[in-house]
Design a protein around this ligand. Sequence first.
Ligand code: DON
Length: 569
Amino acid sequence: MRAQRHAVESMHGMVTSATASASEAGVEILKKGGNAIDATIATGLALAVTYPRAGNIGGGGFTVLRMADGRSVAIDFRERAPASATRDMYLDDKGNVAPGRSTIGRLAAGVPGTIAGFAELHRNYGSGKVSWAEVLEPARRLAHDGIIVTPALARDLAASRNFLSQFPESNRIFLRDGHLLQAGERWIQEDLACTLERLQRQGPREFYEGETARMLANDMARHGGLITLDDLRAYRAVKRDVLRGSYRGFEILTMPPPSSGGIALLQMLGMLESREVASLGHNSAAKIHLFAEVMRRAFRDRAEFLGDPDFVTVPTAGMLDRDYLKERMADFDPSHATRSEGMAAGEPRGASAARRSITGRRESNETTHYSVIDAQGNAAATTYTLNGLFGNGVTVPGAGFLLNNEMDDFTSKVGVKNLYGLIQGESNAIAGGKRPLSSMTPTLVLKDGAPFLITGSPGGPTIINTTLLVITNIIDHSMKVTQAVDAPRFHHQWMPDTINYEPFLTSLDSMRMLEAMGHRLTARKLYPNDPEASARYWGDAESILIDSKSGTRFGASDPRSADSAAIGY
Ligand code: DON
């Protein structure tokens, strides 16, 4: 591994996110007396302005938080299917999945949750010292005064030209009718600034019941979309109990369903805990083998059992039971890879009728994760998304923001791949009002009852394994947080039966040993025209580690993300 870069250190607050302006927005609110939750909202909204590929108000996501007084909660602001959505809505008249229907255009959008989630956070967990209007102000200012376009933003927009130009309002705002934004230019988003101002003046319900809601619903009605004013009015963020686990004496607080992330993460940690990891050495063949086998098993179960808990029974306790996880690893062979083909899911207590499903994979960075801690020790991990790059491509006319294509995270048809190559089961079938299954894994690790690590990542199914690797790099391999974030990643998700790996994962000898055990290894393919070859890497694990003795906050932005920054004070 190369020489180690330094983390950003601070003694009070810290924000790590995919753009420097968004991290600054969070710090601005902390300095005004806001807490980590207020800063979470400010950072999230600033990402909606500065990182439009994923930052959003037209999408949804999850925040896992822990207050300094010990309270913890998971806020679920995942999109919901519109009430009129139906199980087979993406199939053509022959019963095949109609290409693009669940990913491009209005039909792909779920009812956005971000503003409802942020309102819930502000109302129940904010400091009470900064008003709703104040937490929105940094984002409104960025939209109104403009941001300086970075090379990465210019490149992102140019690369999505064909996609965005299909929709006139997106063409106007994000492609300036063909006069592409250039690095170094100031970019003003007046419509978005007005939307944020309406939300400041009228409060968060404006998004669901006011002018913004009408703009969205009218556009849907005009173009055959499903989201109605009633859908918007009915949307609520949901408070859920955080999913709790432990690993080698550290406590883990993570996201429960409708994300699969927390359960899979805790399953993998549970399978690893009874085994030696540190002594195997970082990214030795033996270590990669063990982890790939653990990943394979967790992803097999994910495909089988998980969906929106408000619609299907998820056997969470059974899946996390120590004896169950031991049983799951009973056939682990230290010198041979298990075959994914024909591998059965486990039989956890509480599972309803087993469902058969198969997953494949393809990763990308169209989601974003950010971490916040304040001087008091309130901590929040947030991952939110439009799903695909720039969501469904549709900008709500007059409102200045893009909509998600989160409906594609549902099972369009059992056995057929979605955008990320996932083939999913019945538990995740489409139904009106249901939330699609996610892989987002915002996570807090506690040491001696206090926040120790705040982490998570984008990357579709790779999110879960990225989070696992960051945590185990620190706990098992005693890495500093920057090393843990920088270290090359690998990913197995049961199907396809392969270990996908980043450049420089391990030595050629170790790769040959893995192949001799029966593993297939796949380097991620380069995308054509990718100027940086950055597509060989995945994730953006914006993380913060807190030293329990000194209280120092170490911010580690992820070098895979060009504009990311850790900012503290
Ligand atoms: O919720 C999910 O799992 C996906 N919609 C996340 C998509 C994602 O992470 C894309 N980019 N990195």
